[in-house]
Design a protein around this ligand. Structure first.
Ligand code: GDD
Ligand code: MN
Length: 377
């Protein structure tokens, strides 16, 4: 190597002006917040070589365009515009993997996290006191005994913000504000789930107690502009992460919900069949048809509100979606019966053939409705 370009012994990063810290900011409809966040990062990170990577899931409010404009004026700013994908965890993972500073931080765009903690967090990683630093919220004025994490936060505050070093459970595993050493993150990344928003919990669970972790309490601010994207269904998200971990990402929560909705559909089918037969004295074929139609309709509605809540069809698209869903399920029924019949041909065990057919049907319906009914734009 040429003498002139060989990095010096101390702090080669600083010498080359390369970032010591990559800040990753997931965004969805945050156009009014990103510029302020950038200014605040600038203030907070004076004296640190840093870069910021905004990961935007093609926000309808065109946040990505605002970020692009910022990036044109400032080489430290980058924008990843993801099309056809949604999800906080996946966005954070992609942002960290698209950067290369030895330390990576994740922070929300809506100014609810306290960016002035970043230098402190970076110092902890650089001193190798910990490999992961978590910004833990404590709720001011919140009742101290309603949640453990609030209690832990209050405790930390009472001891003057004293930090506790941990390896396993932490007070605020749902925090979206943390900093991690790149090498440790790269080790864990292949096992992380890209679905949902519990990235920190996932990192900690995947590391299985091997990550030296430190918590720094901060005050969770209130949102300046826009609204929260994490609705009341987030509890399901947690279930999804557990499931993905248990099955090594083979079974998604979405599929399981789809199948669960399908079993509810079975109940709807039998109820409608029964009512049509005994209440309205319809002939059997008509009653059975009505049962199937009711089941498909209720399945569609439930899937639209639960399974695909993040890409719910609204307005006129509901009608179009419903018709497509009927079509998909109709073909699914043919596939179901076809598979069941051929299994029964080889092995005349009624329940085995029935189960094989039903599995075929649900997998088909799931795959096809994901492709055609709740297609990602
Ligand atoms: N790229 C991308 N894709 N970004 C997203 C998505 C998405 O699907 N959903 C949300 N975001 C971004 C938001 O734009 C914001 O910058 C950040 O992720 C957090 O989203 P909010 O909608 O503001 O979440 P919150 O304030 O309700 O949730 C808080 O609690 C969560 C769980 O306890 C935050 O502190 C989260 O970080 C935390 O995970
Ligand atoms: Mn928020």
């Amino acid at each position: 190597m040429n003498e002139a370009i060989r990095p010096g012994p101390e702090s080669p990063l600083q010498a080359a002006g390369l970032p010591q810290l990559s800040v990753v900011v997931p965004t969805f409809n945050e156009r009014d917040n990103v510029t302020t966040l950038l200014r605040r990062l600038e203030m907070a990170l004076k004296g640190v070589a840093w870069e910021v990577i905004f990961v935007d899931d093609n926000s309808p409010d065109r946040t990505w365009q605002v970020v692009r404009d910022l990036a044109r004026q400032d080489g430290r700013v980058r924008c990843i515009r993801r099309i056809g994908r949604r999800g906080l965890s996946g966005a954070c993972i992609e942002g960290i993997l698209a950067s290369s500073a030895p330390c990576a931080a994740v922070i929300d765009a809506d100014l609810q996290h306290d960016e002035t903690q970043l230098p402190k967090m970076l110092a902890v990683l650089q001193a190798d006191t910990a490999e992961l630093v978590v910004g833990s919220r404590y709720v001011e004025g919140g009742s101290a005994d309603s949640f453990n994490r609030q209690r832990a936060g209050a405790r930390a505050r009472a001891t003057g913000g004293a930090k506790q070093l941990r390896r396993g459970a932490i007070a605020d595993p749902m925090s979206g504000f943390f900093m991690i050493r790149r090498d440790r993150f790269e080790q864990l990344a292949p096992q992380l789930s890209t679905q949902g928003f519990k990235i920190l919990l996932d990192i900690i669970a995947t590391a299985r107690g091997t990550l030296r972790t430190l918590e720094i309490p901060y005050t969770f601010g209130s949102r300046l502009h826009g609204e929260s994207k994490l609705d009341s269904m987030v509890a399901l998200d947690f279930l999804g992460l557990v499931l993905a971990k248990l099955t090594h990402d083979t079974v998604s929560l979405r599929f399981l919900m789809f199948a669960m909705v399908g079993s509810i559909g079975l109940l709807v089918h039998f109820s409608a069949l029964y009512i049509a037969l005994s209440g309205f004295a319809l002939p059997f074929p008509e009653a059975q048809g009505l049962g199937a139609l009711s089941a498909m309709t209720s399945n569609f509605i439930l899937n639209n509100f639960l399974t695909y809540r993040d890409q719910r069809l609204k307005g006129f698209a509901i009608l179009r979606g419903l018709l497509l869903f009927y079509l998909v399920c109709g073909v699914g029924l043919l596939a179901n019966v076809g598979v069941a019949a051929s299994v029964f041909d080889q092995e005349p065990i009624w329940w085995l053939a029935g189960a094989a057919g039903a599995l075929m049907g649900v997998v088909w319906n799931y795959a096809m409705s994901g492709l055609f009914v709740w297609r990602r734009r």
